[in-house]
Design a protein around this ligand. Structure first.
Ligand code: SF4
Length: 331
């Protein structure tokens, strides 16, 4: 094992990252880059599993994702960024794994049926979509990751990866693939502006690319406790999304806000202004760095070329081993 241990994680390039993505993954990645040998990749093949029909925004989405990562604080000096489709070995290993992967493992994957029902408007009854846990295993095992940051709900996916590694090692009497361990992270959950799950499809997000003015306007339009009409009405912070945000952004003021809300001592407008100021402390520097990175697209390309090079070296090494133990290295 690498002295620091290798961590691998990826994100689909499907549009602007929002605060839910920041607290759900990115904030954790920024911490991990100081402790581990991290590979962070743009999961563009994965984006095709559900979005193959329209790839018009494909390239822009990749650039925007990288800009978001850099602006948020991921540092290419500390970790390796790469784009999945640039490392063709992923396609080869995915194919080889698919040869011996029992279909029952894929059908029992909890998200499979779930997504089929949730994404009814898309035709995803496809070979590629069913096989996405195989693609995920490919990404992780290619780099022999020791750890994968996951939430509890993603543990079954990682278990399939571990089974695929075990099955490969058993079939080809080898120890090519270590079984990756979960790096359990309790993601901080941030509801959307309307209290539902934060999601682009609900149009209730705060994007990392939103300007400070837009963020302020969005906060000021948030729905609060509907029972509060006058400032002096006692409030119920537990039903108010503004309060859920305060828990994350105003840690040292949250007890006071709760007390003042329950006792009718603070109005919702003042409460939202406080929140907008605290969110601006986090988001304004990210927004400003974003504007700078947007002017440096050539530098971003260089970062990716460099990262791809490092990733490819590791992938070629792994594939040479795979072909050797499978005895398909006849030339
Ligand atoms: S005072 Fe703040 S926490 Fe209380 S209902 Fe209004 S916005 Fe929500």
């Amino acid at each position: 094992m690498d002295k620091k241990g290798t961590v691998l994680s990826g994100m689909r390039p499907t549009g602007a990252l929002h605060l839910g993505n920041y607290f759900g993954a990115l904030e954790n990645w920024i911490r991990l880059q100081d402790k581990y040998n991290c590979y962070f990749f743009v999961a563009d093949y994965h984006a095709l599993t559900t979005g193959y029909e329209n790839t018009d925004d494909y390239k822009d989405n990749i650039t925007n994702l990288l800009v978001d990562w850099l602006a948020a604080g991921l540092d290419p000096e500390k970790c390796t960024f790469f784009v999945q489709s640039c490392i063709k070995e992923h396609a080869e290993l995915h194919l080889l794994f698919s040869m011996n992967l029992p279909l029952s493992w894929l059908y029992r994957c909890p998200t499979y049926k779930d997504q089929l029902t949730q994404l009814k408007d898309k035709n995803i009854a496809t070979y590629g979509f069913l096989g996405y846990p195989c693609l995920m295993a490919t990404d992780i095992l290619m780099y022999k990751a020791d750890f994968v940051p996951v939430g509890e709900d993603q543990l079954p996916h990682l278990e399939i990866t571990r089974e695929i590694a075990r099955r490969f090692n058993y079939l080809y009497k080898s120890e090519v693939f270590p079984e990756p361990q979960p790096l359990l992270t309790k993601a901080k959950v941030l509801p959307g502006l309307d209290g539902r799950k934060m999601s682009k499809s609900y149009n209730n997000t705060i994007a990392l690319s939103d300007s400070p003015d837009v963020v302020r306007k969005k906060i000021m339009s948030m729905v609060t406790d509907p029972a509060r009409i006058h400032k002096t009405d006692p409030g119920h912070p537990e039903v108010c999304s503004v309060f859920s945000y305060h828990k994350l952004f105003s840690e040292d003021q949250v007890a006071e806000i709760e007390h003042d809300c329950r006792n009718g001592k603070i109005g919702c407008v003042a409460c939202k202004k406080k929140l907008a100021d605290n969110i601006a402390e986090l988001l304004t520097p990210i927004y400003e760095r974003r504007q700078q990175w947007l002017k440096r697209t050539d530098d971003i390309k260089d970062i990716i070329i460099e990262g791809n090079k490092k990733a490819r070296m590791k992938a070629e090494e792994t594939m040479a081993e795979v072909r050797r133990v499978m005895k398909i290295d006849w030339i």
